[in-house]
Design a protein around this ligand. Structure first.
Ligand code: EPZ
Length: 425
């Protein structure tokens, strides 16, 4: 196991290149199952989650070629050799559930392990299953697997999602592209990653209307063709580094970041005394006040404040002046970073799905444990401003979603070092 040592210190200044979005790349990779023609994706980040999904696609017979220098990924599902996504691979990366819809639509059957929960919550997939049944798939759940069959193909339907779900919207949108007739998704999720997936599907010949709204209409086709597509940049990575700039008091330029994807961050950061501005080729973030002010945030589906930036924002609030309330409405257990931040001297009180953060003058470096992807990066951010050294253990969580974070932060003045972790058995 590895850990990262962070020596807290001065402001971050300079430019950070934002990578392609993990949460856009993963569904785009699953879309390769929908066609027997080759696809090429650019700006695919070199992440554990990407390599985990490549393993699953290879298991299904997809030819995969990733160039981690060029960040290009070539996928060709000419002929599928199987339809099983096994537990030992799915458990490592629950977004593997996204192969379910494309497999049933293209292949007529699928056996996909139930992804199970993770640190932030039980993460059910009932909406994926219910919606696939409405498209005509027969689905059984047994021995921890989803067995789905549609030997006569899928048929379009009116689908009403009981709540906004990114993954369910992506899975069913992909399946509907090859269904007979028209599918309408009501209460669809609106995240930019869904728009990116939909725009790639349209380039493949799909007929999709309403991307970015909560009502998406898909008119099924008998086949889809190959295409080339560049993944959008990662708004969560950009938001993470924007908060790092806010906390350390420097001026950072986030190269290739898209300000309109960070919409929900602009106002809270402005209230906290931080300015986010669009510049040619990216976004700059700089402190406009001497001290950060405490603010309240509540996570919501896009375009609301993203749950994937909740932990990072909480880190910022620990050293702001005054108090701030953080309310998590998407996942039931997404405060795993709280006890670790408290170990660093933060003053946080949790009441159910809300946490009251009272700003303190200084955090103190400590040994802390990463538990999930965004909690781990919130600890790195805290380490950037803490007195002394902070060691974040179990950083494989971090490497699932942040490409070269040590190099990127050190490139703007931080002092991070990746070390062997001999404290872990
Ligand atoms: C996606 O997860 C992202 N992952 C998550 O990012 C992100 O936090 C989440 O969307 C919300 O924005 C990827 O895109 C790979 P949901 P997903 O379905 O699709 C409940 C990260 O850090 N739900 O929108 O799994 C669910 O439990 C990760 O990059 C059901 O009840 O999220 C949650 O409470 C973490 N039944 C809510 O809906 C279902 O069938 C939203 O989940 C599906 C979801």
């Amino acid at each position: 196991m590895d850990k990262i040592r962070i020596i807290g210190g001065g402001p971050l200044n300079g430019e950070i290149e934002i990578s392609g979005a993990k949460n856009a790349a993963l569904p785009l990779m699953a879309a390769s199952l929908l066609t027997d023609q080759p696809l090429q994706f650019d700006r695919v980040p070199a992440l554990r989650d990407v390599s985990s999904l490549i393993k699953i696609l290879e298991e299904l017979g997809v030819a995969c070629a990733y160039d981690s220098q060029q960040k290009t990924l070539k996928l060709h599902a000419a002929k599928l050799s199987g339809c099983v996504a096994p537990y030992d691979l799915v458990r490592k990366m629950r977004a593997s559930i996204l192969v379910l819809g494309p497999l049933v639509a293209r292949h007529g059957e699928a056996k996909v392990s139930l992804p199970g929960g993770c640190a932030i919550g039980t993460r059910p997939v009932d909406m994926h299953i219910d919606a696939l049944r409405e498209l005509g798939a027969e689905i059984d759940l047994a021995e921890g697997y989803i067995y789905a069959r549609a030997p006569q193909g899928l048929t379009g339907a009116e689908i009403h999602f009981p709540k906004s779900s990114v993954g369910a919207t992506e899975n069913i949108m992909m399946a509907a592209t090859l269904a007979r007739g028209t599918t309408v998704l009501h209460n669809a999720a609106r995240e930019p990653e869904i728009v990116d997936l939909g725009s790639c599907l349209v380039k493949m010949g799909a007929e999709i209307k309403g991307l970015g709204t909560d009502r998406i209409t898909i008119r099924g086709k008998s086949f889809l063709r190959g295409t080339a597509h560049a993944v959008i940049t990662d708004r969560i990575e950009a938001g993470t580094f924007a908060i790092a700039g806010a906390m350390t008091g420097g001026t950072l330029t986030l190269k290739n970041a898209e300000l309109d994807h960070l919409g929900a961050l602009i106002d809270p950061l402005y209230k906290a005394g931080v300015d986010l501005a669009e510049v040619p080729g990216g976004v700059t973030v700089r402190r406009v006040n001497e001290a950060l002010r405490g603010i309240d945030i509540m996570t919501e589906p896009y375009p609301g404040f993203p749950t994937d930036l909740q932990a990072q924002m909480m880190s910022m609030l620990t050293v702001a002046t005054g108090a701030g309330m953080v309310t998590e409405t998407i996942f039931e257990n997404r405060f795993m970073h709280v006890p670790e931040l408290i170990r660093m001297g933060a003053d946080i009180t949790v009441h159910g799905s809300s946490a009251l953060v009272r700003g303190v003058k200084k955090l103190k470096g400590a040994d802390v444990m990463a538990t999930d992807l965004r909690a781990s990066v919130s600890l790195v951010l805290a380490g950037l401003v803490a007195e002394g050294a902070t060691h974040v253990h179990r950083i494989y969580h971090l490497e699932r979603g942040y490409e070269n974070i040590v190099g990127k932060l050190n490139g703007v003045g931080a002092k991070l070092e990746k070390l062997k972790d001999d404290s872990e058995g």
